[in-house]
Design a protein around this ligand. Structure first.
Ligand code: PHE
Length: 378
């Protein structure tokens, strides 16, 4: 595992010496730095820290430096809740950034909302993140990315249009809110666009053998196989699919984006398309500049999570600069007033649900790496 070296439990960013805690602005970051999606957490943390470091190098916010406290949730909701409570109650942070998976961000959103502390969500895409179970908007929660209703619709449109698919098989993780949600959004949009979904099968967390569901998909001979899950499990699924002789075009969502995917899935993932937030070879000048800057610091190109972590952190810094007392409530108000913030992953303004409305990128795993295919606008 070539990225294992980068696990850091807590990072304090205080440029210069002699800086008292009372003179700093405390910000928490919660991310999966260990566990099954650890490349997500490492990338998100790396991108966010770059933004916070840049802010401190430019004098911090309102004359005070940022003190950033990073916590690992290991992609476990209980650990995310624990980290959130610790940051909010004991550390009294003014804002939290995180987490990555929807499952971990949901408890974090509850805790931040109850405490009135703003939560900036870089990458969790399920609609429920900004809306409480009773339908009320979580007014302290802001999301720097698109939601799965749009992501699923773009994947369905791409399958029906560019791939000319008439039938789709969907295989998803029934224990995971992100996977379940994206599976449903894709199916609904695919059917609404005149397609058919003869296979809508699931597996539960911990399941390792997907052959029965894949065999069903094989005999149905669907034109595409949609796999809305995270890279480690998708890698196992596609290996088994290829072993069974399934040659269907593969399609997935943002959970596919990891430098570990080609290593874990091997050739089985080649040709697979996925929707994403960003691609390092998008033809936009700000992307080129960001890719070079990130590469010179970390030695590899940024993925979507590094980019979203950076954009979300910068967006928070900008709001902190418009909140002179750095009180959580004031930061919430400043965040809500964000308008046309220019992130590398796209411009960010929040809709009435606190969600950014942004483009979806479609990319493909090829033998020479991940290649940008196209961009879909909202
Ligand atoms: N969108 C995923 C979720 O909500 C998290 C994710 C974002 C994964 C970006 C990879 C890249 O759970």
């Amino acid at each position: 595992m070539r990225r294992a070296m980068a696990v850091v439990a807590a990072v304090v960013l205080l440029a210069g010496t002699g800086c008292q805690e009372s003179e700093t602005v405390k910000v928490g970051v919660v991310a999966p730095l260990t566990g099954d999606v650890m490349t997500f957490g490492e990338s998100m943390r790396n991108g966010a820290l770059m933004a916070f470091e840049e802010a401190n190098a430019a004098g911090g916010v309102g004359g005070r430096l940022l003190q950033v406290m990073v916590r690992d949730d290991a992609n476990e909701p209980g650990r995310a809740a624990e980290a959130g409570r610790e940051l909010v109650e004991q550390e009294a942070v003014v804002a939290v950034l995180g987490s990555v998976s929807t499952e971990c961000t949901l408890p974090l959103a509850d805790i931040c909302q109850a405490a009135g502390v703003p939560l900036v969500v870089p990458a969790s895409t399920n609609p429920k993140v900004t809306v409480a179970p009773d339908g009320a908007r979580r007014v302290c929660v802001f999301r720097a990315c698109f939601t799965d209703s749009f992501q699923g619709a773009v994947a369905a449109k791409f399958a029906r249009g560019a791939l000319d698919a008439r039938t789709a098989a969907v295989l998803f993780n029934s224990s995971d809110e992100y996977s379940r949600g994206l599976a449903g959004f894709f199916r609904d949009a695919f059917v609404a666009a005149g397609g058919q979904v003869p296979v809508f099968e699931s597996y539960a967390a911990g399941e390792e053998d997907f052959r029965a569901q894949l065999e069903f998909a094989r005999v149905q001979a669907a034109d595409v196989l949609f796999l809305p899950d995270y890279y480690s499990r998708v890698a196992r699924v596609v290996r088994q699919a290829r072993e069974l002789g399934l040659r269907t075009t593969l399609l997935g969502g943002d959970g596919w984006d990891s430098p570990e995917m080609p290593e874990q899935a091997g050739d089985a993932i080649l040709g697979g398309y996925f929707t994403n937030h960003f691609s390092p070879d998008e033809p936009r000048p700000e992307v080129k500049e960001w890719v070079n800057r990130y590469k010179s610091k970390y030695g590899e190109p940024p993925d979507a999570l590094a980019t979203l972590g950076h954009d979300a952190a910068l967006l928070l810094v900008e709001a902190l600069r418009r909140a002179p007392q750095s009180k959580p409530a004031e930061v919430c108000v400043a965040l809500a007033a964000t308008s046309d913030f220019q992130g590398v992953s796209g411009a960010i303004s929040f809709d009435e649900h606190g969600n950014a409305v942004k483009n979806v990128v479609i990319a493909q795993y090829r033998a020479d790496g991940v290649r940008f295919v196209t961009t879909e606008r909202p």
